[in-house]
Design a protein around this ligand. Structure first.
Ligand code: CMC
Length: 429
């Protein structure tokens, strides 16, 4: 098939721009030669319409509310898969057969204890540290304890081992720090319980108490829904850091820090804080809708809106259902859920939100589930980290395996002072 070409007229000259077409028919203009041919660059604040790579991991269509991992619809994944299998799917491109899955599980299990030096580091953090800072720092520190993985960017066997190691250890780091904050001895990882049950067991272990299978399953569903979301802020951060051949721990640690912001993963903590604020102010959520619409007020309805989903977030629909299941199972009546439902109902009728396509996103109901599970509010974004980890690893791996990959180095349009002469201090006004 002949190459499709778009034409652009700049300063009277016609420039031919190759068109790239994805497997779902999405089109892009390949502008890499634009500057060399015309002196122009493209300017796109916030990368609203810029593709940074081609990728075969996740497809999403924000207008139609579609999300697929390696072609499989998120609805089927959430119903039929499990988180560790999803991690395999994202990283290795296919659903594993039972032998492959056992082998993958064994590999992850082989990293089920933290080096003593790492637990010593965690013990030094003040107990009131924000867990996101702790997890990001400790993941970065792993580089000192696994020097053999510093070459992983260039070595496929080490890449696979580092992936299994992080899948095993990030959740242990999170649970270890939590137990420390509540003054309890750490509880060791038992990977045979399954990813989510093992995590909940490490967090909440008490003699004679068992983690409920349905509750662990609900958390597994949440993790699967968070597992990848193509070139979002944190995944792009992982790619940008990894593009310099920095080690995998540096790249993932950077992704964790990017996720922390309240416009990204940090929104789940802020949603719960917002619901509590509304509750403490007497529960009048309509007042907060008005605040969110007021352009002189910096308040935003947290958990609403999305850069890409402009119709609905398919993950939010599934999470809302899981929320009902968990609260019923645990026999919890949470008044925050009524406030959340009221906010959603009100916003869906309001022209401000409707005209801007602002709908509940993945973070809107997830906090209510985490709260019901007993997860402290400042750990909500850590839960997002655990869910997103396999996606970051898959994005990093895909980039490393792409023979054409280049160091990320965007350009800019300079708008500062033009050349001027240095003035000695005594002559300055
Ligand atoms: N509440 C009130 N107004 C909003 C909101 C909101 N939550 N989100 C967007 N708007 C308005 C915004 O003021 C702007 O209005 P106008 O056109 O009059 O200036 C318009 O909607 C477009 O907003 P934007 O900020 O240009 O859109 P964006 O694509 O740059 O931002 C967003 C997307 C998710 C950062 C934004 O919707 C937001 O801040 N939401 C709240 C934070 C949140 O829930 N983040 C989690 C995102 S999902 C999880 C993840 O992937 O990280």
């Amino acid at each position: 098939m002949s190459q499709e070409i778009a034409k652009l007229e700049i300063e009277g000259k016609i420039i031919e721009i190759p068109v790239i077409t994805g497997s779902e028919g999405e089109k892009a203009l390949d502008i890499k030669k634009l500057r060399a041919e015309t002196g122009y660059i493209t300017l796109d604040n916030g990368f609203v319409n810029t593709g940074s790579c081609t990728s075969a991991i996740t497809f999403l269509n924000g207008e139609k509310g579609i999300l697929r991992y390696r072609g499989y619809p998120i609805e089927q994944i959430a119903e039929k898969s499990n988180f560790l299998e999803v991690a395999y799917l994202l990283n290795f491109g296919k659903l594993p057969n039972s032998k492959e899955f056992d082998f993958w599980q064994e590999k992850v299990t082989s990293f089920a204890t933290l080096p003593e030096g790492i637990t010593n580091i965690i013990d030094q953090f003040p107990k009131d540290s924000h867990p996101m800072g702790v997890v990001a720092s400790v993941v970065s520190s792993l580089a000192a304890f696994y020097p053999e993985f510093l070459d992983a960017p260039l070595d496929s066997v080490q890449r696979e081992r580092a992936t299994a190691q992080l899948m095993a250890q990030v959740k242990i780091i999170a649970a270890y720090f939590y137990r420390r904050t509540i003054g309890k001895a750490p509880h060791r990882s038992h990977p045979s319980l399954g990813f989510s049950k093992d995590f909940l067991n490490m967090m909440f272990y008490e003699e004679g108490k068992e983690i409920d299978d349905d509750v662990a399953h609900a958390l597994d569903v949440l993790f699967m829904l968070h597992a990848d979301h193509e070139q979002n802020c944190s995944a792009s951060t992982v790619r940008v850091i990894g593009s310099s051949q920095a080690n995998v721990f540096a790249a993932i640690s950077g992704g964790i820090d990017a996720l922390w912001g309240q416009l990204h993963g940090g929104a789940n903590q802020r949603v719960l804080e917002m619901l509590e604020e509304i509750q403490n102010a007497g529960g009048d959520y309509k007042k907060f809708i008005e605040k969110a619409k007021d352009k002189n007020d910096s308040f935003r309805l947290m958990g609403f809106g999305h850069r890409v989903y402009k119709n609905f977030d398919p993950r939010a629909l599934i999470i809302k259902k899981q929320c009902d299941i968990v609260l019923e199972k645990l026999n919890i009546q949470d008044p925050l859920l009524d406030i959340a439902r009221g906010l959603e109902e009100e916003a869906r009728k309001d022209d401000y939100f409707v005209s801007r396509n602002l709908y509940p996103n993945v973070d809107f109901y997830s906090g209510i589930i985490y709260k019901a599970l007993g997860i402290p509010t400042d750990m909500f974004t850590v839960m997002f980290v655990l869910g997103r980890l396999p996606g970051w690893l898959a994005q990093w791996k895909e980039m490393k395996e792409d023979v054409a990959f280049k160091i990320a180095r965007p350009r800019q349009i300079y708008i500062g002072e033009r050349e001027r002469d240095y003035v000695p201090m005594k002559e300055r006004k």
